[in-house]
Write a protein that binds this ligand. Structure first.
Ligand SMILES: O=C1NC[C@H](CO)[C@@H](O)[C@@H]1O
Length: 433
């Protein structure tokens, strides 16, 4: 017996010690620190992560585990995830939704979030969780407006009126009943105890940050100025509310930056001066914003790249003015010739990712406040076989939410050249002092 015990002890001592779970990400001046060292990341958007973690019939836990392994192996270990959605009548809304009705939640998706966070914790990954959406594809603010105004949803996929939709979503900021339901949703998630590992979310360092919403805007560029004070107050009050629920984790807004702030730097600077907002976010969408062609990204690529790099420089400079770290928490580009086919080439996209990462690295090396990025969006093994390329309930999830063609911006597991560009950037960041 003694001999067997000695052999077992010798074997155990040869095994690698389990990776100690890292601590909470903290802000230190204009950067992040983690366990006493600078924390920078090349992350991904993985909006459907909690959906994959849901029980069979909604999720796909085998796929989740396999793709978290693939991402971790690639050095992509910061994931931005949708953590609340609202059941809606939107033509292009995701189904099912976390919130079935105000104050009523689908336990399958809350369990899905538990499984996601537990699997991420096992892999020492960090999650940025957003709790609402300015857009329609997860219900979002316009669904709250419908619930509490009694009006039918204002569906941009039916009307094509995106300016009217944005003004409608912005009504949310000044609707007390809608805000009460939203705070109940925030409290439900932020104060949740993980049913898999028993860890309270607010005590789990896996959660780096709580984000108020995906791309919250004051309203449309033309008419949104009238909503700005309500928007600013909403950012400040909600950030303070989350901070008091989860004082060990960070709070961010989910803003796109100037393009999500009525096109004006000053609106962005004023809105993000709140002491309850720990770090800044901005997004970069050259084809959505008309700088590059959706249907032929190579056509105006160089000019679009120039505008994109200027957008990055401008936001890093604004972060320095506010004295806060900043994260490029979404960026993406179409496949060549605007194809949705995972087999289509991505020469323009690879050029775009390389140029963006080179600029972020240049700023990081210069000690500027850029702390990380998350490309949009991991598509993994998700594929569609629908002739219209659009998602239907029950289909596999991809990086493209239901309002967009499945393959528009997704970075699939077969996109090896692009994945290597991301991995190389992650390695360069880790090599920084
Ligand atoms: O948050 C977002 N920003 C841009 C994505 C691609 O158009 C979009 O799918 C998502 O709503």
């Amino acid at each position: 017996f003694a001999f067997a015990a000695a052999v077992l002890l010798a074997v155990l001592q040869c095994l690698p010690a389990p990776a100690a779970a890292s601590g909470f990400v903290r802000v230190d001046g204009t950067g992040f620190v983690l366990d006493g060292k600078p924390y920078r990341f090349a992350g991904a958007n993985f909006w459907y992560g909690a959906y994959l973690g849901a029980p069979d019939g909604v999720g796909d836990r085998e796929r989740l585990r396999a793709e978290l392994d693939q991402l971790k192996a690639a050095g992509i270990d910061n994931l931005r995830v949708l953590a609340m959605s609202e059941a809606s009548g939107f033509r292009r809304g995701v189904r099912p939704a976390f919130m079935v009705a105000p104050g009523e939640y689908d336990q399958r998706l809350l369990e899905g979030l538990d499984v996601l966070l537990d699997e991420m914790r096992k892999r020492d990954m960090k999650a940025v969780l957003y709790l609402n959406n300015f857009w329609q594809w997860s219900g979002g603010m316009s669904q709250y407006v419908s619930w509490f105004s009694g009006e039918p949803v204002f569906d941009p996929d039916e009307t094509g009126d995106w300016n009217g939709f944005m003004q409608n979503s912005a009504r949310f900021y000044a609707m007390p009943d809608a805000q009460a339901a939203y705070r109940d949703a925030i409290r439900t998630v932020v104060t949740r105890r993980n049913s898999v590992n028993g860890i309270a979310y607010a005590e789990d360092p896996t959660v780096m940050s709580w984000q108020l919403a995906n791309e919250p805007r004051p309203g449309s560029d033309a008419a949104g100025a009238a909503n700005f004070q309500a928007y600013r107050a909403w950012l400040d009050d909600t950030a303070a509310f989350i901070r008091q629920l989860a004082p060990r984790q960070l709070v961010s807004t989910g803003s796109e930056g100037r393009m999500g702030s009525l096109g004006e730097d000053d609106y962005y600077l004023i809105a993000h001066a709140s002491p309850h907002i720990d770090y800044l976010t901005f997004h970069l969408w050259p084809s959505n914003w008309g700088w590059i062609d959706h249907h032929d990204p190579a056509a105006r690529l160089e000019a679009g790249l120039q505008a994109s790099l200027e957008y990055i420089d401008r936001h890093v400079e604004m972060a320095a003015r506010l004295g806060k770290p900043i994260v490029l928490s979404e960026f993406g580009l179409n496949r060549d010739k605007g194809s949705y086919d995972p087999a289509a080439p991505v020469a323009a996209r690879d050029r775009f990712y390389q140029a963006v990462y080179a600029r972020l690295l240049q700023h990081a090396r210069a000690g500027a406040p850029i702390a990380g990025s998350n490309f949009w969006a991991w598509g993994g093994r998700g594929r569609t076989s629908n002739p219209d390329w659009m998602w239907k309930e029950g289909d596999p999830f991809t990086g493209d939410p239901p309002q967009e063609a499945q393959g528009l911006f997704s970075l699939f597991d077969s996109d090896r050249s692009t994945l290597e560009i991301v991995s190389a950037h992650a390695r360069q960041l880790r090599a920084l002092p």
